[in-house]
Each structure stands twice: as structure tokens, then as C-alpha cells.
Design a protein around this ligand. Sequence first.
Ligand SMILES: [Mn+2]
Length: 318
Amino acid sequence: MNYDIFNGDADGIIALIQLRLANPKQSTLITGVKRDIELVRKTNPVEGDSLTVLDISMEKNVEALESALNAGAQVLYFDHHRSGKIPHHTGLEAHIDLDPNTCTSLLVDQVLEGQFHLWAITAAYGDNLIKRADELCTKAGLSKSQSELLREFGTLINYNGYGTAVTDLHYHPADLYQSLLNYSSPFKAIEDADSPFHKLREAYELDMQKALSVESYHSENTLTVFELPYKPWSKRVSGVFGNLLANKNPDSAHAVLTMNIDGSYTVSLRAPLNNKKGAGDICSQFATGGGRAAAAGINALPKTKIGDFIQSVRNYYA
Ligand SMILES: [Mn+2]
């Protein structure tokens, strides 16, 4: 049995699109909302199985990874999140790079020697690596309007991944993957009026209008905080809204707090784009937090801890 295990955001989905366009394979798809990253344990591999694992932290999956390897499975792993100690095992091929200016789809692009480079650029935009993606567009000879379309597409696929449960999403990430796999280039999907690009574009605009009408909860030079209500649109828009704010004001950190059903908050923290450091360390100080240097989150921050959170961000970037 082959398992394709991938993060439900743009980077995870597009990493797999590239691999399966290059090397088609029947597989069981394991994915979920963007925050659902402990995915390897949802498999039950035996000797001879193969696992492809994309864009989810190895540290968060290491026990299940080790048991898969010990069972005799072959594992191909691409990622750019915290890896912890990478197991030494002949069954494991790992491509891990924690450089804040790369992403899983760009690591796959390297191995595939640019076969689906336009998809890889789309994923880099989706992971908000705007500068890097812009440079790659220039190198690839794309026009400004072409690069803007790839940026929009990456943002839209990334946007689809945000929610507490897959029922919050417009597309189940496995369905979105399967639908996009029909296109060898993102421009072919954009040209097709029936593709997910157009449906996501419409949905995104509706959600974003609502987010942009919310006033900031807290604002100072180094940090802006927004609080969004307990609504499906809030959960969907929180991440891309954070990216939009970060791109508008690259010297400031940004936090978007989205209320959960129990009154706690899902926190999405973006380090200042001009100082991509610390977000993961700050969020890791809180019980349900973690993430990368540039972008991190907390799954359930109690209301009483909001002050502590703001203080930690302020101390870090001051
Ligand atoms: Mn990623």
C-alpha cells in the first residue's frame, strides 16, 4: 500500500501534485485542515508499504515515523518545519531544510529539477514567501500579471486549508488535490472556468470583506492584534488575513486571535516580514503552541493569557 500524507495547505497539496505528476501512483490520501499535522499516526503501515510525507513537522510525527520504519516501510519525507532529531534508518529518505525562505514544494522542485516549476512557485506564494516567489517568477521570465495570478492562486489554496474541521473548508484538501492534479500547470487551472481557482476566488472575497471590516484589538509599533468572532469565515480567513496584514506592514508582528467554541482563542502569529524570527519560540511558550520562526500559532489560548501573549511578543521584538 502507498500512503500520500500531506498538509492540507497550498504547500502540502502542491508538493504532492508535483510528485504525482512526475511519478503517478495509486495511493491512500491522508490529510486534513492545515493545523492537523499529526498525520503519520493515521496510517498502519506494514513491510513493503511506502509512505510519502509532505510539509508536516517530523518532530510531531516521529513516533509514528519510527514505527513505520521499524515495520519495514519505506518513507520519503520532505519538509521545512522543526524536525527534531532525524531518525537514522535505511528506509528513510529525508529532504529537510529549515531555511525560512524555502518551503516543501520548493524542496520537491529541486529534486524534480523544475519539472513543475510554476506549481512550485504557486506554493511558495501560498506559504507567503512573496519575495522568493517574485524572484523565481522573474527568473522564469513571467510577466507581472502572470506572477500576480500565481500569487493569487497560491493564496487561495492556502486559504482553503484554514478551519477547525474539514467541514469549515470549501474543499476537503484531498478533493482539492485530486481536482488540481488534472492540470500540469497552474495557468491551465486558471484558464478553466470550472476549476477550483474561480470558486475559491469568489469565496475568498466574501470572507476577506468581513475580516477587513474588523477594527484592531491592540496596536503599537511592533505589534498589531486582531480578534475575530466565532464564525466559520473567521477560521477560514485568519491565516491569509494575517499574511495580508504582514505584507502591508513588514516591520511589525501581527497576531490574529480567532475565538473557539469554548471561549479560548486560536492564535496565528506572523513575525515581522523584515525580521523573520521568534514566532515559533513565542508560541511554544504556551501550552498548545508551536510553529516556524516566521509563522506560528497557538491552538487554544485562554482569554486570561492574552495579556501574557502580547507581553511575550512585545519583549521579543522590542
Ligand atoms: Mn509549508
